[in-house]
Ligand binder design. Structure first.
Ligand code: SAM
Length: 370
């Protein structure tokens, strides 16, 4: 390691904040990390509570989302030391970066570049649900469809007792989520029976059963996987609800079968093999799909294995929905998942946390309504 790099690492871990800041300003790479532990300059400064150093590192381009050899990020170092000011600095910075990357991503989708800009190589763990990551190659999917989604929708799934598994033995849906689905159904249906409710993603039909029990004026289900649609039909859902066999991306755009049934009083999104950029696309449609006062919620499995990243992405969602006119809150729901649940499942998508943050977003009522 070069002298300057070593000096910066030592300064970030030590007492002399001015020395650290001078090194950063002199142009020493702020992304330095200790080879043995993987601890970055930002992590060392965060652990010590050096707020000025953290701010200078971030401003100079230190990655906020790097992980050490134990899989921990700088925000967790700050949390461990109860350095709230630093937690706030990193969260603010992270949310601003992700907003910017989101805008760049949207722009690239609209105007695909011939040469990928530097940002395209950014290795950020963006707001992607864990279920949406895979390194396997993909044969050209339909336009605007991710490889992961195209692959999932073209392959087999199987109902296996209290779970629905895909071909790779990843869990599409599991029975342990029932209490979470009950909390979502409560938010969607309220105590009245007069709501027009849309559910995106049938899975095991848990939330649809709960919506049906609570009573809704109209109940629409969009489901894209042929085998899941077949199961929904066998279970009688074509009679109990408007069952739309399509990707929501096709069903909810003008001319789509479920768009014709809008506006909805409540919309729930719980798809599979999609990521945050897909959610952003859905969010952009919400103002046209929801009635005034309408409620939107989604399964909040964003960044499930890192509480700090989860917090960042929740703030990102909140800000982006606010830009669309929806006020979003997160309601804590206690949840406990036994280790035994994961036997036979390729990848865990919930990592021992005992609180689920249930999102509730709402469009305002029109004046004199509500
Ligand atoms: C996690 S499961 C939903 C579980 C459901 N909330 C329940 O209570 O059982 C996700 C479902 O979304 C479906 N899905 C995935 N991508 C979709 C898309 N683009 N449009 C519609 N459905 C999709 C999957 O086939 C799967 O059935």
């Amino acid at each position: 390691m070069e002298d300057g790099a070593l000096a910066l690492l030592r300064a970030c871990a030590g007492e002399d904040e001015d020395a650290a800041i001078a090194l950063i300003r002199s142009g020493v790479d702020p992304a330095q990390y200790d080879d043995a532990t993987g601890a970055s300059c930002l992590m060392l400064a965060a652990a010590r509570g050096a707020a000025r150093v953290c701010a200078a590192l971030l401003q100079a381009g230190a990655p906020w989302n790097a992980l050490d050899r134990r899989g921990r990020c700088a925000g967790e170092y700050a949390l461990d030391g109860s350095h709230q000011q630093i937690v706030d600095i990193i969260v603010d910075h992270a949310v601003r970066c992700e907003l910017l990357l989101g805008a760049i991503g949207r722009n690239e989708r609209l105007n695909p570049p011939h040469i990928a800009p530097a940002s395209a190589a950014h290795s950020t763990p963006t707001a992607a649900p864990a279920a949406a990551t895979s390194a396997a190659p993909c044969e050209a999917p339909a336009a605007a469809q991710s490889c992961e989604s195209a692959r999932y929708l073209s392959r087999a799934v199987r109902y296996d007792g209290d779970r629905l598994l895909d071909e790779a033995d990843d869990a599409v849906m599991m029975e342990w989520e029932r209490p979470l689905m009950a909390a979502h159904a409560h938010v969607l249906c309220g105590d009245a029976h007069d709501r027009r409710v849309l559910n995106i993603g049938f899975g095991m039909g848990i939330i649809d059963g709960l919506i049906h029990e609570r009573g809704a004026a109209a109940h629409t289900i969009i489901e894209a996987h042929p085998a899941v649609v077949a199961k929904a039909r066998r279970d009688g859902w074509a009679e109990r609800a408007s069952l739309v066999e399509a990707r929501w991306q096709d069903a909810l755009v003008p001319g789509g079968a479920a768009r014709a049934l809008a506006p909805y009083d409540a919309i729930f999104y719980d798809a599979y093999a999609e990521d945050y950029s897909d959610m952003r696309e859905l969010h952009a449609l919400l103002p046209e799909l929801l009635a005034p006062g309408g409620v939107y919620s989604f399964f909040n499995g964003l960044c499930p294995d890192n509480i700090f990243f989860h917090g960042v992405v929740c703030q990102l969602v909140q800000l982006e929905l606010a830009e669309l006119g929806l006020a979003c809150e997160f309601h804590p729901v206690p949840i406990s998942v036994a280790e035994a649940e994961w036997v036979g499942v390729a990848r865990k998508y919930w990592h021992g946390r005992d609180t689920y943050y249930l999102p509730v977003a709402q469009l305002p009522y029109k004046e004199n309504e509500g």
